[in-house]
Design a protein around this ligand. Structure first.
Ligand code: SF4
Ligand code: ZN
Length: 318
């Protein structure tokens, strides 16, 4: 029987793409070490920087909180966990309570912001707009969530915000940008890219870790799982891309890892290009690719919808 390649102990997990067998404890250490190396390779977090960690309360973000607090609290970085309440009745409360308790256990400040407070509507209210929506629920929601996280991190005085996107998320996004013909935006995925018009850096310390490895780490670390799913979960193209990539990985171990490195290579050629294709949003001043950012465009559409529903109909009905 193979032994743990680090300590000779009983193997618990084998990295199929590298053939490396690891015992449970060396596996956990490898996750922390791989995260540390990714951060250092792309200069994601500077000494004494205040770091915001986006914590949805799902297993990936709770794991990220645990790993980053373990790595950076001893170095004197101040850390704040930021969570977004999208406003989905019966869904987010459980995850927010997981985020709150882990932040409390780790002694980390926790800031929660809501769509309602930031944009004037909850996700429940916005998605009532069902038929007129042009994007899938998750792409629509994601646009607002990214903005809410940025705002929360800025309010908390952080200079960098870390999200729990893993290798699978990264390559899926890369493929989706290609499929949408959104080549100009590829540069925005560059891990070393800094948006000069925006003072906060966004980093993905788990971007070189397979989703299954993060899930295993979360399980080992006793991170609680959500029992309720979002009723709007509809990822459209993303779930098809995910299934395709998982099928390729099963047939060709290491496929996603190779794709990550090819993606990074392609993306590096577009890093400058993305600056040329971006212009400040005429309404909020944030980066956009067309003069009006997605948040302002979608927000105006939701407000319009809410207003039109509030008007009495020509027949006097509701
Ligand atoms: Fe938003 Fe989709 Fe997450 Fe629901 S599952 S909160 S719609 S991103
Ligand atoms: Zn805008």
């Amino acid at each position: 029987m193979d032994r743990c390649s680090a300590c000779g102990g009983t193997p618990f997990y084998t990295r199929r793409y590298s053939g490396q067998a690891l015992c449970a404890s060396c596996f956990d250490d490898s996750i922390v070490e791989k995260t540390r190396k990714t951060i250092s390779k792309y200069s994601m977090i500077g000494p004494h920087e205040r770091v915001a960690i986006a914590v949805s309360g799902g297993k990936d973000s709770l794991s990220l909180l645990k790993v980053l607090v373990g790595l950076y609290a001893p170095r004197g970085n101040s850390i704040v966990a930021v969570s977004v309440d999208e406003g989905v009745a019966g869904y987010r409360d459980e995850a927010l309570s997981h985020a709150r308790s882990l932040a409390g256990e780790l002694g980390v400040e926790h800031l929660v912001v809501s769509y309602k407070e930031m944009f004037g509507f909850s996700l429940d209210e916005a998605l009532d707009w069902e038929e007129e929506r042009e994007a899938s629920s998750c792409s629509f929601c994601g646009v607002f969530r990214r903005r809410a996280i940025d705002e929360a991190a800025q309010r908390a005085g952080a200079s960098v915000v870390a999200t729990a996107h893993n290798l699978d998320d990264f390559v899926q996004t890369f493929m989706m940008n290609l499929m949408h013909g959104d080549v100009a935006r590829l540069g925005w995925l560059d891990p070393s890219h800094t948006d000069r018009s925006f003072p906060l850096r966004r980093v993905k310390p788990f971007m070189e870790l397979y989703e299954e490895e993060v899930a295993l780490y979360a399980h080992q670390a006793g991170v609680p799982l959500q029992s309720v799913s979002c009723p709007y979960m509809h990822e459209g193209l993303r779930s098809e891309v995910r299934d395709y990539l998982n099928m390729m990985e099963a047939n060709h171990p290491g496929f996603k890892n190779v794709l990550l490195h090819s993606s990074l290579d392609v993306i590096s050629h577009y890093a400058d290009n993305s600056e040329k294709h971006s212009a400040p949003c005429t309404q909020c001043g944030r980066t956009s690719s067309s003069g009006l950012c997605n948040v302002c465009r979608m927000r105006a559409a939701v407000e319009e919808h809410v207003k039109s529903r509030a008007k009495p109909s020509a027949f006097g009905g509701g």
